[in-house]
Write a protein that binds this ligand. Structure first.
Ligand code: FES
Ligand code: FES
Length: 164
């Protein structure tokens, strides 16, 4: 068995020190070591975007990096974006605009959309679609997902600060 490497990460505001195999992908560290199963694995080819989390404030497909590469980083997963009774505006948008059906893609979609709105608070429909190109949804046809992001953008501009 490969020698393990000690990493220290902050995930959703909580510090974790772990011994990980150098080949362990960040997504499996989050799901299997930390039990944060809201981050999904939908492919093994870096295409679907179900695994998107924020690493030091940037949206990252967590199946494309090793856990050891996250050493020292601050990570936010879908579990850390909003709270019970106080959803992040993007989460609220998906709820209000029916942006999901089976929900498998939803955590990654929400994390990618939140990253977009952090960088561009007032995106056009084209910009929203472009930003979500790396996230695949087999259920919704994307229309309500775009409406959900537009809802969130409006809500955030009306004075509700985004977390993260
Ligand atoms: S599981 Fe990471 S892109 Fe599909
Ligand atoms: S809601 Fe089912 S894959 Fe997107």
């Amino acid at each position: 068995m490969a020698e393990k490497v000690r990493i220290r990460v902050q995930v959703n505001g909580v510090e974790h020190t772990s011994e990980v195999e150098p080949r362990q992908l960040l997504v499996y560290y989050l799901r299997e070591t930390l039990g944060l199963t809201g981050t999904h694995v939908g492919c093994d080819t870096s295409q679907c975007g179900a695994c998107v989390v924020h690493v030091d404030g940037q949206a990252v497909k967590s199946c494309t990096m090793f856990a050891v590469q996250a050493d020292g980083a601050k990570i936010t997963t879908i579990e850390g974006l909003g709270e019970m009774g106080r959803l992040h505006p993007v989460q609220e948008g998906f709820w209000e605009m029916h942006g999901l059906q089976c929900g498998f893609c939803t955590p990654g979609m929400i994390m990618a959309a939140a990253d977009l709105l952090n960088k561009n608070p007032n995106p056009s429909e084209q910009e929203i679609r472009h930003a979500l190109e790396g996230n695949l949804c087999r259920c919704t046809g994307y229309h309500n997902i775009v409406r959900a992001v537009q809802y969130a953008a409006q809500k955030m501009q009306s004075g509700v600060a985004a977390d993260d």
